[in-house]
Structure formats: C-alpha cells, structure tokens
Design a protein around this ligand. Structure first.
Ligand code: F0G
Length: 460
C-alpha cells in the first residue's frame, strides 16, 4: 500500500474516453413527465433525467480494460474460457470454493433461498435489501432485520452497518432449528450504506458457529466496505482493500453478489459457497431458470467485465475518490443543516425526509415527496427508502418504515465533482422551500415491491 498522499485534492482517478450527453429539461416538461409516470420516479424515462442517482446498480462506466477483455469474451455454451476467468477472480477474492454465475444479485438470492429456506423459517440480516426480503417472504418465511442499536442514532459511529450481536444470539437461542442461515449485508444499503466491521463479522461468525447456523454475506458493496474498514477499524490502516476483503469472506460460508455494484459491471452476479451439497441443489435450480452453470444467464463478455471489475473496485485510488465524492456532498449539505444519515454511506447519501419534512406524516410519504421535489427542481432522480418501499406488509396492511429516507446513489466512475456541486445546489434550493412541500397519496399499489410501479399523486 502506498503511503504517499502528497496533495489534499482527491481527483477522479480516470480520464474520460467516451462521453454521453446529458439532456436538460424544463420544469414544465418534468412536471408533465411526473404526471405521465404516476408520480413514480421509477416510471420516468431516463431521457427526462439530468443527473440520475436512482441507483448505483449497473449504471457505472466500464474501463478500457473491461472493454478490452469483453472483446475476448468466449461465448461457448459450456466450459467457456470466460467462465474460468470469472470463477478464478471470484475464488481469488472470496476464497469460496463453488462459484455460480447469475444474471444479477436477486437471482443468486432466489436460488439460495429455494435451496435453504422453508415455510416458517426466519432469516436474520443486519438489514435485508428489498429484493432479499421479498425472496424470503416468497418462501413463506420471515426476514428479520437486526441492525446494531447505533444504526438508529445520529452519532457518528464508524460501523453503523453492524448486525446486533445480542439479538442475533437471542433469536438463535429462542428459535432452534428455525433459522436456516444468517446474512450480513455489506455495506448495509437499506440502513444508509453503512459499513460493517471485521470485528462484527467475526463475532457473528462465532455466534453462528455456536448455533451451527451458516453465515452468508450479501456482498454487493464488499469493496466499499473493505475501504471503510481500512479507514476506520483499529489495526487495519496498513492493509490493502483486497486483503481486508479476503478476510471478510474468510469468515463466512457463502455469499450472494450483485456484480452491478462492486463488480463494476452493467449486469451480473454470483452465488458462492463452500458447502458441496447445497451447491448441487443451487446448480440444479440455476439450470432450470438461469442457464448452464458456466454462464448462469450471462454472456461470455459479461463474465469478463465482472472478472476485471471485481479487482478494479478494490483499487485504492478508485475507492478514495468514490468515498470522497459522497463525503464532499455530505459536507456541503451538513454546513447548511440538511438532515441526513451521518457519516455518509459509501455509494450514496441518505437524506432524512422524516426530519426534513416533519409536517408530512409517514402515511403521506415524506421521502417520496422529497424525491419528487428534487426531481422537479433540478432533474435529479433519487429513490425513496421509506414507507412506500417498506411500509407494505405481507397481509396487505401498512406500517411506518423505520425511517423516511431519500437515497441519492452515485453510479461508479460516471459523474465528476461539478456534477456533485450541481446536486448540492439543487438540494439546497429544495431545502430552502421545504415548508412548501406537501405529502402524497397512494392511488394504485401492486401487491409486492410496490415502489417500483405504484401510482401516486400529490396532495394539494
Ligand atoms: N442486495 C443488496 C444489498 C442490494 O443493494 C441489491 C440491489 C441486491 C441485493 C439485489 O441485486 O439488483 O443485482 O438483483 N440493489 C440495487 C439498489 C437495485 O439500487 O440498491 P440485483
């Protein structure tokens, strides 16, 4: 690891070889776009968005090295070279023995839960991502979130993504034979993109061992998590991100991964594990629904992009820039008192709409209202993580989500600092008129994952 850091300015550690124009829209057009979309930003066309912070998933820029290897993609149906390069990269970084490619993270989840989770089971996680939760509930099992107590505070605790070890032990003790696996999501996306410490994963491992329950990582943002460990955990400052990542994976029995995040790819994922029996059931399921085990629903060139991308996500210069650009935005907003989850996450900033809009009750969806206002103001698209996303119960009733957040997730290697300056300016303008914002009403809601396609309307 280089100890040389001679300048204060952290630069984007790349130059731009291919560009894509951004399209400006008028406020009138944005209003029209929202009306057409049922006031759901997921239904707004990309061409009507100026800066798209809806997700960091599959939206990043590929590197010249990735494109170069993609040209060498081997499209052989069975046993393609590209698969072996992909498998070698995943094994090298995770140390896990069996590697199953999948078209994205949720496919890995579905296959894993189909093999391991039965009706009436409990699956524990620091915080389940929405597709993870839905895939567990689809098995008639329960997804239980047990984030650490610090997660809900405004303290600058360094590892707010940690799993609650006391509750973990307690739930495992009270429910023998009911928990088929425990998961830890790194970083904890739905909990604010917050990291999990090595110490926490290690302690969870010990508790799982005592109860003989396997531990899996939801590893989507493993590289960002490793960087936070490097920055914040005692004794880790001299270790490289890849060394730390290897240790994180060495503590678990398996992992699900969306390569659309820290795989630096536009599509792809994997399921990896050490259990030679479960992997057989998973591979059989893979063949039924995804594809043959050496491509798993991906093209050879996709496998190549991931094989390179997993290493690029672990490069120090990249991680330094990545984390700094979110922190830069957070600093500007914090100076003006904009409420948000602090410290800022690795891939996203999470505005606290519940605090920002105290006049809007949870069942009028303050996060949704704020996300709409940000889009209307400056064409920036974020994503509500609040009572629209998490308020819907399996029995159809509604309940307040733990927090009303708006996530501004940054695609990897796509935007520069002036884009971030613009985002800050727009957010501060919205903040200045926060008292004028009104709540939303649900007009039409699908039975599951309603945030993707619900139609709402603003309350006058
Ligand atoms: N787990 C976590 C923690 C995620 O953030 C995601 C996706 C998944 C699993 C599922 O992966 O999309 O490849 O099927 N998160 C995206 C997001 C969609 O915007 O946060 P996928």
């Amino acid at each position: 690891m280089s100890d040389e850091q001679p300048f204060d300015t952290i630069i984007e550690p790349f130059r731009i070889k291919t560009v894509e124009p951004l399209r400006r829209t008028t406020r009138a057009r944005r209003e029209e776009a929202l009306r057409e979309a049922g006031w759901n930003l997921f239904s707004v066309c990309g061409k009507d968005v100026l800066i798209d912070l809806l997700t960091d998933s599959g939206t990043g820029a590929l590197s010249a090295r990735q494109w170069g290897m993609m040209m060498q993609g081997d499209e052989t149906y069975a046993g393609a070279d590209s698969f072996y390069r992909f498998e070698a990269a995943v094994q090298d970084i995770t140390g896990l023995e069996y590697v199953i490619p999948t078209h994205q993270g949720r496919a890995a989840e579905r296959i894993l839960f189909r093999a391991m989770v039965n009706a009436g089971d409990l699956v524990l996680n620091n915080t389940h991502f929405d597709t993870t939760r839905a895939n567990i509930e689809y098995r008639d099992a329960e997804a239980v979130d047990i984030p650490c107590v610090e997660a809900a505070t405004n303290d600058d605790y360094p590892f707010k993504g940690n799993i609650d070890l006391v509750r973990l032990d307690q739930i495992l003790t009270e429910n023998p034979d009911r928990v088929p696996l425990v998961m830890i999501t790194v970083t904890n996306n739905s909990g604010g993109g917050q990291p999990v410490s090595l110490a926490n994963i290690r302690a969870a491992r010990e508790i799982c061992n005592q109860h003989d329950v396997p531990l899996f990582l939801d590893a989507c943002r493993f590289a960002e998590n490793a960087w936070f460990i490097h920055l914040r955990e005692e004794g880790q400052a001299n270790r490289t991100p890849i060394e730390i990542a290897r240790e994180m994976f060495s503590l678990v029995d398996g992992a699900t991964m969306s390569a659309k995040k820290d795989g630096m790819a536009n599509i792809g994922g994997f399921l990896a594990m050490n259990d030679s029996e479960i992997v057989v059931a998973c591979r059989n399921m893979l063949i039924l629904t995804e594809g043959f085990p050496t491509y798993g629903g991906l093209a050879g060139y996709d496998l190549e992009a991931v094989a390179v991308g997993l290493y690029e996500a672990l490069e120090e210069d990249y991680l330094r820039y990545r984390i700094a650009s979110i922190a830069y935005l957070a600093d500007i907003l914090a100076r003006e008192g904009v409420p948000m989850i602090t410290p800022p996450g690795g891939h996203a900033l999470y505005l606290d709409a519940g605090v920002l809009l105290p006049h809007i009750p949870w069942n009028e969806y303050p996060g949704w209202s704020l996300a709409i206002a940000i889009y209307l103001e400056g064409g920036i698209r974020g994503c509500e993580i609040g009572s629209v996303m998490f308020g819907q119960q399996p029995d159809g009733s509604e309940q307040a989500a733990p927090r009303e957040l708006v996530r501004l997730a940054f695609p990897r290697r796509s935007y520069t600092q002036s884009h971030v300056d613009y985002v800050a300016e727009v957010l501060l303008r919205v903040y200045a008129k926060r008292d004028e914002l009104r709540g939303m009403r649900m007009v039409n809601s699908p039975a599951v994952l309603r945030h993707f396609s619900a139609r709402l309307e603003p309350l006058s």
